[in-house]
Design a protein around this ligand. Structure first.
Ligand SMILES: [Zn+2]
Length: 416
């Protein structure tokens, strides 16, 4: 069997390694001074990381803003964007969803992402986007892993029959149950939807990822009920609360009680720093909130939290390019996590922590026996890579290059 050795690279979170041997797509040895192989690939001293994980992305929305030639939310708020969405949704076809989603996937994969969790709107009796995405998940599995959340964008109750559409989507093959309790017409219905979400996950043995409290309103506390239910069912590790922006506005005495309970449930959190910095705080004058949940405190307390892109050019958010380095850079500013000790593990926010949200921590990472999936950054140290926001030079999947590019070359170099 052909053996391949990747050598001459520092490994993130593994100082004992600079080389890796791959056989049949799997890592068979990792360390230093490994035996000679049939093929040897010099990584030229560049930092090796497991692939970036984007644990929250709306692939049925990407590029709809410019594609459909429409304006986004004039107010810049989440709720106006949700109200605009049905107009966009009417125009979608399986073909258009696939074409645009592929553009978004290319953006992400070309920046080193190999694992995406996507929320697909299932408040559509025809399931146009879901059908398209189920096909793409299969078609693209050699390039990227896609997890699909059955997401009721217009609500389980705000949209007539929304809850049943989520159930149908799970039967069709969605991997996770989604929800949007803060969009339901009253908190009672938001609570009801959270009960439904957990019941459906248990019934169909699915993961959970809820758009939870994506508002500045500190009284939006659906995270409390979600956490309580999964704590009692011992389902926290398979559950994620996305956004939880209101938790960044919550009173400290409440927040600290809740963080104690989050530690007990082991529930995961996802923060979308660029998206929520853009969408939240819109009704504030000054001081103006920045839409972030308590990322720094979660990290300090060992509560799992990851960063995500959320949107690429859709009615919610006009920017976005699938580059997780940009998300990390924004996130560490907004969360104020840049001490030397924190920087050492900052990459966890777009790698290992995201993998835990996707419940794939057992197959993810650079260890013997796992698939040889990794990326190579254009720097040799973690600190310099983050400070310079460097690009991904190569992405390797099952031991083969998905792409490999050269460092920037100048026509006319700066003479200094
Ligand atoms: Zn979202």
């Amino acid at each position: 069997m052909m053996k391949k050795k990747f050598f001459n690279a520092p490994f993130y979170r593994n100082d004992a390694a600079s080389e890796m041997i791959v056989e049949n797509g799997k890592i068979t040895q990792i360390g230093k001074d490994l035996p000679k192989c049939d093929e040897e690939i010099d990584l030229q001293g560049k930092l090796v990381l497991p692939p970036y994980v984007d644990p929250h992305l709306h692939l049925d929305y990407v590029y709809t803003l410019s594609e459909l030639g429409q304006e986004g939310a004039g107010s810049g708020t989440l709720f106006e964007a949700i109200d605009l969405w049905p107009k966009f949704k009417e125009t979608l076809t399986t073909e258009s969803v696939k074409r645009l989603a592929l553009k978004g996937i290319k953006d992400e994969v070309s920046h080193g992402v190999q694992h995406i969790r996507t929320h697909i709107d299932v408040t559509d009796p025809n399931f146009t986007a879901l059908k398209a995405m189920l096909e793409m998940k299969e078609e693209l599995k050699d390039i990227v892993d896609i997890q699909i959340v059955a997401f009721p964008q217009q609500g389980m109750y705000m949209y007539k029959g929304g809850r049943d559409l989520v159930e149908e989507a799970l039967k069709m093959g969605a991997d996770a149950v989604g929800g949007i309790p803060h969009y339901e017409p009253a908190s009672e219905f938001g609570d009801k939807s959270v009960h439904d979400i957990v019941e459906l996950a248990l019934k169909y043995d699915k993961l959970i990822d809820v758009h939870c409290d994506e508002t500045d309103d500190p009284h939006s506390r659906f995270v409390e009920l979600l956490n309580a239910l999964v704590l009692m069912e011992d389902y926290g590790r398979r559950t994620t609360a996305s956004h939880t922006c209101s938790f960044g506005s919550a009173d400290n005495s409440y927040a600290f009680r809740m963080m104690d309970l989050f530690q007990k449930s082991k529930m995961n959190f996802i923060s979308c720093p660029t998206e929520n910095a853009y969408l939240q705080g819109r009704q504030d004058t000054y001081p103006k909130r920045r839409g972030l949940t308590r990322v720094k405190e979660f990290l300090d307390l060992g509560i799992n939290v990851a960063f995500a892109q959320d949107s690429i050019n859709d009615p919610w958010y006009p920017m976005g390019n699938g580059n997780m380095m940009n998300i990390l850079d924004n996130g560490i500013h907004l969360a104020q996590i840049m001490s030397p000790k924190e920087v050492k593990t900052n990459f966890d926010l777009i790698t290992y922590n995201g993998a835990r949200c996707l419940n794939m921590q057992d197959s993810y990472g650079l260890e013997v026996g796992k698939q040889a999936n990794f990326i190579v950054l254009n720097e040799s140290s973690v600190y310099e890579a983050i400070r310079k926001r460097v690009n991904v030079l190569a992405s390797v999947r099952n031991g083969e290059f998905l792409f490999r590019r050269k460092e920037v070359e100048y026509d006319i170099p700066l003479d200094l």
